[in-house]
Each structure stands twice: as structure tokens, then as C-alpha cells.
Design a binder for this molecule. Structure first.
Ligand SMILES: C[S@@+](CC[C@H](N)C(=O)[O-])C[C@H]1O[C@@H](n2cnc3c(N)ncnc32)[C@H](O)[C@@H]1O
Length: 276
């Protein structure tokens, strides 16, 4: 039998059954058993208990539990793993201040004041990072914030898939205002010196669009294409995924697809189309 490709292996490690099995087998090694100290400190500073708060890839969601204990009234959590979500529904049964959703974060609709990040970004295959940034932008209200903890290190294989501060800066640039992105001072011991605390505010003045790209095979070409798109009037930031399959374009105004296509017409192998 043929060995699975690296892409197939990665796909297996990002799907619903991969995550559900982690909860079924009790191999959720990322679970720290308590609200993470940086998020606890962050939550302690929020005064408005009526904020609509979303926690994607919530896991056992000690963060939501803590929010509810502190009197927050509109908490939504979402996770793709049915075994986990069933358990959460039992745990929070009868609590009208929390909505528990079984589903894929990327298909969710809604508008939130605050989205809390805690080891969800690192659970996603790196090619999904442009999608993550675009989806976060679309789910936030004007003035809404994305905040939490991100790894600032690399890992062998994955998940978790690590990243460094400069990669986050390149990804979120212009779509968000960087209120805070700095080394975490109160990480749990095993993650000390490897985490960033961050708070990004949605830039509601811009359009954030995601495109499927085909034809690039090397970083040099990626840079050339990025430069071409960046040179288009109105484009503020271009971020292509590490596997060259997706591009995030942040702009002041709508950029016609034809204009993007024309700018890469110099190479017949390249194509760009709007992502779903
Ligand atoms: C590394 S775990 C982190 C869980 C929790 N935030 C924590 O810190 O304990 C990643 C979580 O994201 C969930 N997940 C993965 N892909 C998802 C998706 N597309 N939509 C919603 N949840 C997803 C997994 O089921 C898992 O619970």
C-alpha cells in the first residue's frame, strides 16, 4: 500500500475525527486543567460583563468557566469535537449565559466584541492562517478585539504548529491594530519564554479578502507575487500562506479580481481566484 503523503497526514491531523479521538482517548495533552494565567489576568481587567465573547477551539474551556464565575453574561464557545461538546453541554446545563456550539469555527456566523485565543491558532495547519485572520476579522464587531496567548516558538511536526512574532505581525498587519504583542510574563512553567500575550483591535476601515492561489513552488516566486499585489493601488498588506495555496489581501477599497489576475499574468502557471 502507498504511504500517505505529508499533506494527507496533515489533513488527518486537523479533521474532526483527529480532535474527537484526543478527547475520547483522553490524550488532550494541551489541556492545562485551569484558566491559563495570562488569560485570567486579561479577563480580570475587563469591566463590561455584557461583552459578547467567543472562544473558538474551546476545549475544556476553563476560560469560559472563569468568565461565568466573574459574572460575564454572553459567552459563546465552539469546538469541532463532539465528545468534548457533549461533556461541556452537561457541565454547563441550565446556564443561560453560555452558548455551546458543536461545529467548525470557519463556518460560524456572528458578531463579537471579544474573541479569546488559547491554543486554537496552533492547532490549525499553517496553510489556514490567512483564513484564521480573515475569519477573526469578519466575526468581530467594529472596535472588537482578538486577544489571548500565542506560541512564540517552533515545534517538531504538529499540532501544535508554532510561529514567531514576526509571522503574526505579517499575518495580522493592517487588518488589526496591534494594541499589545509582547512576551508573556505569567505563562505556566512548561510554556515559559515561549508565549506572547496579544490584543489586536479590528481595523474596520479595511477590506480583508482571501484568495486561492495556484502555481507557486518556491519562496522567491512567493516574494515576487507578494510584491506585485502590494504594488496595486489601495492594497495595504499581502500575506501568502507558507504552502503558497492562499493569499490574504488587506485593502482600502475593493480590488478587482481582474487586476490581481493581470498583475500575475507574466507567468502562465499562476492563477488566483476568490476563496469560498
Ligand atoms: C489544542 S486544542 C486547545 C483546546 C483549548 N483551547 C485548550 O487550550 O485547552 C485545539 C482545539 O481546537 C478544536 N478545533 C480544531 N479545529 C477546529 C475547528 N475548525 N473549529 C472548531 N474547533 C476546532 C479541537 O477540537 C481542540 O479542542
Amino acid at each position: 500500500m502507498e504511504e500517505p503523503s505529508a499533506e494527507q497526514l496533515l489533513e488527518e491531523k486537523s479533521g474532526q475525527s483527529y480532535w474527537d479521538t484526543r478527547y475520547k482517548d483522553k490524550t488532550a495533552v494541551w489541556d492545562i486543567g485551569e484558566v491559563s494565567p495570562p488569560l485570567r489576568s486579561y479577563i480580570d481587567k475587563i469591566e463590561d460583563k455584557n461583552l459578547h465573547i467567543l472562544i473558538p477551539g474551546c476545549g475544556n474551556t476553563y476560560e469560559a468557566e472563569y468568565l461565568l464565575q466573574q459574572g460575564f453574561k454572553q459567552v459563546t464557545v465552539i469546538d469541532i469535537a463532539p465528545t468534548l461538546v457533549e461533556k461541556l453541554k452537561d457541565k454547563f446545563a441550565g446556564n443561560i449565559h453560555i452558548q455551546i456550539i458543536l461545529g467548525d469555527f470557519f463556518t460560524q456566523q456572528g458578531q463579537y466584541d471579544l474573541i479569546l485565543e488559547q491554543t486554537f491558532f496552533c492547532a490549525l495547519p499553517p496553510r489556514m492562517r490567512p483564513h484564521y485572520a480573515a475569519k477573526m476579522h469578519s466575526l468581530l464587531k467594529q472596535g472588537g478585539k482578538l486577544a489571548g496567548v500565542l506560541f512564540n516558538c517552533s515545534f517538531e511536526g504538529g499540532p501544535p504548529f508554532g510561529a514567531y512574532q514576526e509571522e503574526y505581525e505579517a499575518l495580522f498587519k493592517e487588518a488589526f491594530h496591534f494594541n499589545v504583542m509582547e512576551p508573556c510574563r505569567n505563562s505556566i512553567a512548561p510554556r515559559a519564554n515561549n508565549e506572547l500575550m496579544f490584543e489586536l483591535k479590528k481595523n474596520a476601515e479595511v477590506l480583508v479578502q482571501r484568495y486561492v492561489f495556484k502555481g507557486i513552488t518556491c519562496n522567491g516566486c512567493k516574494q515576487t507575487v507578494t510584491d506585485k499585489f502590494s504594488a496595486i493601488e489601495g492594497v495595504l498588506n499581502v500575506c501568502m500562506s507558507g504552502d503558497f495555496s492562499e493569499v490574504l489581501i488587506v485593502s482600502k477599497k475593493e480590488i478587482a479580481l481582474l487586476e490581481l489576475q493581470s498583475s500575475i499574468a507574466y507567468d502562465a502557471r499562476y492563477s488566483i481566484s476568490k476563496a469560498d
